[in-house]
Design a protein around this ligand. Structure first.
Ligand code: ZN
Length: 480
């Protein structure tokens, strides 16, 4: 029996359990740091399968590790799983017109129900493989909570949970099948608070000092800063507390959230310091007090080309999900559910990635049925951020993108929620499980690949993990 045949049988044997777990986690749709039922379900399955589970790691109740070790326990192999949902993306399963189950409730609009359960199937399959072939090694499933919140993986890395691990694979639900080649950017988030003095806005305005003015001046200042930052940088903000609802009272308190992104951690930190200076200036101008609290930060994702090339071969061996006519029809309905402006942008993207001559064929059957080749760096940056980046600074790491939704699908949408509990999500996550398992067992048996991945990792990252967060910043459990 080939490795792939073994893996296919192992995944097939657990198919019902895995898909049931996906559909349950999908229906729980728990927000970051609140994934108690989802986390417990995954832990239960892993414990029953003989994994040693440690719950509540890195000061996050819903984060966990699950380890299965055989013989010498080396090499040590990691697989990352996520399982949190997004606010206000509730949607009926497999339904291509907007119809929330509960209006305003959370939904799996990033497909993390699929992510966590596909990774689970892969970890269990690697365990089967170690046993069946009496191999030395340890497989660790990382239960990574709150990726959509302030993250977990950077706290896990800071606590040394990736120390001694030889390599890590993960995946993300996507519209294409490919080892991830683009980099994601580093991000830091903070709350800026201003404290002023209330007064009657009509009767004694000269006695008031407005915290709302300070927040507004901070945003004006940051908007001028935008002209003088690097192209790939981004600054986002949201008012959390504008100081009240009465215009005739000078607002004595305001809170504004900022997020700063840039390709590299040091660029992100430099830009963040400039935003802090603007906040200080705003406080000075308004004679208010300012304090800020860093709430989150992720490192940029650095692709490991050694693992990228290696994994692409494994992905090609497994092959894309086997879509049938019903899948294509469902995907077409989802694609056509987008508004005309978004649909035009999607068509342009498909034409640029697949060639204009294939556009009509692909629009009729909009599912990725191929594995795209891996191109070595330098890799372009995409402006999203993920805490997988931090794992990539702790150990050689690779993310696979595997199709679970229609071509051109937009992430963080009700369309993604619906597809994550449909035949598209199911086929995608089972395919991802096989790919992750094959990548893992093949890498395990290739010490030269592990050595080369480490050489590249050390050259690109310096080889020592530095958490982008200050040491005293703890996971914002219960207050995110
Ligand atoms: Zn995601």
């Amino acid at each position: 029996m080939t490795d792939l045949e073994f893996i296919e049988q192992s995944v097939a044997r657990r198919e019902a359990t895995i898909l049931d777990a996906n559909d349950k986690i999908w229906s729980y749709a728990e927000l970051p740091y609140e994934e108690y039922k989802s986390s417990a379900l995954l832990c239960d399955i892993l414990e029953k399968e003989g994994f040693a589970v440690e719950k509540g790691v890195a000061h996050i109740p819903t984060a966990f590790t699950a380890r299965y070790s055989r013989g010498t326990g080396h090499p040590v192999m990691g697989i990352l799983g996520e399982f949190d949902a997004l606010a206000a993306l509730s949607q009926q399963a497999a339904t291509p017109s907007k119809s929330p189950i509960i209006s305003g409730a959370p939904g799996h609009g990033c497909g993390h129900s699929c992510l966590g359960t596909g990774a689970l199937a892969a970890a269990l399959t690697v365990r089967d493989y170690l046993d069946a072939y009496e191999k030395d090694g340890a497989i660790i499933y990382y239960g990574c909570a709150a990726e959509e919140g302030a993250g977990a993986k950077q706290f896990m890395a800071r606590d040394g949970l990736f120390d001694g691990v030889d390599f890590v694979y993960t995946w993300h639900p996507a519209s294409r099948n490919e080892a991830q080649q683009h980099c994601s950017v580093a991000i830091m988030g903070a709350n800026f608070e201003f404290f002023g003095r209330s007064a009657h806005a009509g009767g004694s305005p000269h006695l008031g000092r407005s915290a709302l003015d300070a927040a507004e001046l901070m945003s004006v200042g940051v908007n001028y800063l935008r002209e003088h930052m690097i192209d790939q940088a981004r600054v986002h903000y949201a008012y959390v507390d504008a100081g009240g609802t009465s215009p005739n009272v000078v607002q004595d308190h305001s809170l504004i959230k900022y997020e700063v992104r840039a390709p590299k951690v040091h660029q992100m930190k430099e830009l963040f310091e400039r935003v802090v200076k603007v906040a200080r200036g705003a406080a000075m101008m308004t004679e208010t007090e300012m304090k800020y609290e860093i709430t989150m930060a992720f490192s940029d994702y650095v692709s490991n080309d050694v693992l990228g090339r290696f994994a692409t071969q494994c992905m090609m061996e497994v092959g894309a999900p086997r879509w049938d006519d019903d899948d294509y029809a469902l995907a077409k309905a989802f694609l056509e559910s987008y508004d005309p402006v978004t649909l035009d942008a999607i068509k342009a993207e498909i034409a640029s990635k697949y060639g204009a001559e294939r556009l009509d064929t692909l629009l009729a059957k909009p599912l990725d049925a191929e594995i795209h080749p891996y191109k070595d760096g330098p890799h372009p940056y995409e402006s999203g951020s993920t805490d997988v980046g931090d794992v990539g600074y702790a150990v050689p790491t690779l993310n696979l993108n595997v199709a679970t939704c229609c071509l051109g699908n937009v992430g963080h949408t009700w369309q993604m929620t619906a597809q994550s509990c449909s035949s598209l999500g199911h086929k995608g996550l089972l395919t991802a499980a096989k790919m992750l398992a094959l990548c893992t067992v093949r890498t395990m048996q290739s010490p030269e690949t592990i050595a080369a991945a480490w050489e590249e990792f050390r050259a690109k990252t310096g080889g020592v993990y530095h958490c982008p967060l200050p040491d005293d910043v703890m996971p914002p459990v219960g207050r995110y």
